[in-house]
Design a protein around this ligand. Structure first.
Ligand code: NAP
Length: 245
């Protein structure tokens, strides 16, 4: 990872921040993209102090082509190129399918799925020119298993897994690998919202008997982004304590 440049979308906190920290610990320069510029800059600053690598925090809304293009141009101007893209930004807006509001469907699909396509397209152009790169998309096991109350979210994550395979096929001949990590239930702000009852039902489904941590996801994501995964593309690794086999 020494000297490589990595962009992490939604990297100001949660799983994205853990991936950014691990990449930095291994020597990569880090660009954090987040909707809130202050938070992106604060996390980037903390990572620079902790690991002594170059970092930048940029405002980038993954749903907006213009915003992503401007962020790509700034990242390339600052660092000279992009070697690694982690498509991590994602949200939930849960509700039963028949009661789900159209705006909640649209918002989740726009950030979780269109955002991955948008960033892959814009950063992909830079990687195609350089003829190298690694992209890791953060999907979810519910994209494969489904989950009552998450029609929008599970559809978006199933889409991410399909998009991962197509991008892998389109980019492979130019030396760019594209893979996904599908986390199960991970302790972050996203799962802190769950009730005790929901949490207990979840734990019953996990053979390893505990929620995962952002670091568990980061280990798999950084492996896929590294040269240790040089012969792996188009794959999805489930990091879920055995919930999906
Ligand atoms: P999180 O703590 O809510 O972090 C998500 C990050 O994405 C936040 O920093 C958020 O910024 C940012 N973001 C939201 N909308 C954005 C946009 N339009 N453009 C750019 N950034 C945006 O969530 P997390 O739990 O770490 O989840 C990270 C990824 O893992 C997501 O893709 C999620 O679906 C996936 N995942 C999580 C779990 C889990 O159990 N936690 C399980 C499976 C998969 P703000 O702070 O401004 O909102």
């Amino acid at each position: 990872m020494q000297g490589k440049n990595a962009v992490i979308t939604g990297g100001a906190r949660g799983i994205g921040e853990s991936i950014a920290r691990l990449l930095a610990k291994m020597g990569a320069n880090i660009v954090i993209w987040d909707v809130l510029e202050d938070q992106a800059k604060a996390t980037a600053g903390a990572i620079a102090s902790a690991f002594g690598v170059k970092t930048a925090g940029q405002a980038a809304d993954v749903t907006s082509g213009d915003s992503v293009e401007a962020a790509v141009a700034a990242a390339v101007a600052g660092l000279g190129g992009i070697d690694i893209l982690i498509n991590n930004a994602g949200i939930t807006r849960d509700g039963l399918l028949i009661r789900m509001k159209e705006e909640d469907w649209d918002k989740v699909l726009a950030i979780n799925l269109k955002g991955v396509w948008q960033c892959t397209k814009s950063v992909g152009r830079v990687m195609l020119k350089a003829r190298r790169g690694a992209i890791v998309n953060i999907a979810s096991v519910v994209g494969v298993m489904g989950n009552a109350g998450q029609a929008n979210y599970s559809a978006s994550k199933a889409g991410v897994i399909g998009l991962t395979k197509t991008s892998a096929k389109e980019f492979a001949s130019r030396g760019i690998r594209v893979n996904a990590v599908a986390p199960g239930f991970i302790r972050t702000a996203m799962t802190d919202k769950l009730t005790d009852e929901q949490r207990k039902r979840m734990l019953d489904l996990i053979p390893l008997g505990q929620l995962g941590t952002p670091e568990d996801v980061a280990d798999a994501a950084v492996f896929l982004a590294s040269d240790a995964a040089r012969y792996i593309t188009g794959q999805t690794i489930n990091v879920c304590g055995g919930m999906l086999m």
